[in-house]
Design a protein around this ligand. Sequence first.
Ligand SMILES: [Zn+2]
Ligand SMILES: [Zn+2]
Length: 154
Amino acid sequence: MASQRIPKVTAKCRCKKVVLEIYELDPGFAACHCSTCQFMHSGPGFGGSCNNVKIVQGTEVVKKYNPSAWATWHFCATCGTRLHYEFDKKLWKNKHNRFVVSVGLLYEAGVKNFKMIEEVSYDEKPPYYCFAGQRPKLTTSQTYALYAFDSQQP
Ligand SMILES: [Zn+2]
Ligand SMILES: [Zn+2]
């Protein structure tokens, strides 16, 4: 992802109990059409990659859920906002992009220059929507291969 990273963003969940600090955010994001995203978001997942997330307020209401061995979702147990997910440290060796934050939450926090630069798990996309515009579309196996490759980098 080639966009200029944003050094630090402070964002809140819908009920404002949870406050997050997001570091080195890439405004070029991927839309994910996988079945887990369809379950959890009632649609595709828009995730902004960044290098670190710190929960600075409201840790007591943050719940975690592992939809797969790859990553752990964090959400606010009060308002239900999906905050971010974190790739497993042992699987994700790349020093960048181990944390992925909900784009809608960041947009509300003032990040207005997001650009959808790719679509992943396109083979799992349900037929009732599609996005306008041209960008790379990866299948789930291409997506995993890319992540597996990235995760082998020192
Ligand atoms: Zn909340
Ligand atoms: Zn997904």
